[in-house]
Design a protein around this ligand. Structure first.
Ligand SMILES: Cc1ncc(COP(=O)(O)O)c(C=O)c1O
Length: 368
């Protein structure tokens, strides 16, 4: 194993242990101070060691999108998992039953057909599955509309055998693209308020709403302070990324995960090729709204712009008189860290310039 960053072959995923632990503790402290549960989304790191750090710091459980991700974290000892994705089809139901026997699983629904099918499966097994209603607070992805549609679905779920209505969930991802930092914050705030109002309406109709769960790193410290919100599920916060820097959530020094790249060539004075293309950085620009351009932030080179990517090439514009040499290593903070992690078998754990460990990204590629 390499003992110094300069000995690593590139492209490589490197994670600074001190920054990682700081980020994890910071969010756990925030949740504790605000008396809310933290159930981090583990799809960001996909790594059991990081899940364990989050749980040790006080997280009440982990969130995943896929049952195959849930299996990895249950194998690693996590017994409280929220699967925040609609579970549809016999294959998934079979897998879900197995997981329910090994851990406390909660899931979400936004359609009565999905709830009814889950109810039949769970009831036949003599199991009771906690189910949250997913509410669309503006992302236009999954979720029923707030207020009456959410109330109606909650009441229907409460009547179904084998299911237990556990509360409301939203992913306020639209807030990320709302514009300037102020607009991002107010969009997050209004998502939290919509959730609280919806819960109030449901309570008036006689149903308990134990959990009101929100989840987005960019607004984690805003949305989760809304009166009534009981749980937050940020994922990116473990590492942060360029998107969070642009939203002024953190400064680049808080970004724990970087892609280590090498200057592969300099075909013209004003263009270098980094050995990191879409196979290392992905082309995902989530959270980086125009007019921002570029495929990442190159540390120590704020004037460089990674202008285009192909699979193995990161074409980067530099000044004609830039002294950079072929073979030099640089560190890139990706635009969106989650899909980047999914591309690497392992991450080199670093402390300063030293490489102190290697952690397998055990839940990478777990797409079912
Ligand atoms: C359902 C759900 N909850 C929480 C999150 C976490 O948001 P972030 O990635 O901004 O931390 C995500 C991210 O995609 C998500 O899909």
């Amino acid at each position: 194993m390499a003992t110094h960053i300069s000995e690593l072959d590139t492209p490589a995923l490197i994670v600074d242990i001190d920054k990682l632990k700081f980020n994890i503790k910071d969010m756990a402290d925030f949740a504790a101070a605000n008396n809310i549960r933290l159930r981090p989304h583990a799809k960001t790191h996909k790594t059991p060691q990081i899940g364990k750090l989050q749980l040790e710091a006080g997280a009440a459980g982990l969130t995943v999108a896929k049952l195959s991700e849930a299996e990895v974290f249950i194998d690693a000892g996590c017994d409280e998992i929220l699967v925040a994705y609609p579970l549809v089809g016999k294959a998934k139901h079979r897998r879900l039953i197995e997981l329910c026997q090994r851990a406390h699983i909660t899931t979400v629904v936004d359609h009565l057909d999905i709830a009814s099918a889950l109810s039949r499966t769970m009831n036949a097994q003599g199991l009771e599955l906690p189910v949250m209603v997913e509410v669309d607070t503006g992302l236009n992805r999954c979720g029923v509309r707030p207020l009456e549609p959410a109330r109606k679905l909650a009441q229907n779920i409460a009547r179904l055998p084998g299911l237990h209505f556990a509360g409301l969930l939203t992913h306020e991802g639209h807030a990320q693209l709302a514009g300037a930092p102020d607009e991002v914050r107010s969009s997050g705030l209004s998502a939290g308020q919509m959730m609280a109002e919806t819960a109030e309406l449901i309570r008036k109709s006689g149903l308990e709403v134990p959990i009101i769960s929100v989840g987005l790193t960019a607004t984690a410290k805003i949305t989760a302070t809304v009166d009534g919100v009981t749980e937050t599920r940020p994922g990116i916060y473990a590492f942060y990324d360029r998107s969070e820097v642009l939203h002024q959530v953190v400064t680049p020094d808080r970004c724990a995960a970087r892609v280590l790249a090498t200057v592969a060539t300099r075909p013209t004075a004003d263009r270098i090729i980094l050995d990191s293309g879409t196979k290392a950085l992905t082309s995902d620009r989530a959270g980086v709204a125009p007019p921002v351009t570029g495929h990442g932030y190159v540390i120590d080179h704020p004037d460089w712009e990674i202008t285009s990517l192909s699979e193995e090439h990161g074409a980067t514009t530099i000044a004609d008189d830039d002294p950079v040499q072929i073979g030099e290593q640089v560190q890139i903070i990706p635009n969106h860290i989650c899909p980047v992690i999914n591309l690497f078998d392992s991450m080199a754990i670093t402390q300063g310039e030293r490489v102190i460990d290697e952690w397998v990204v055990a839940a990478r590629g777990k797409s079912q």
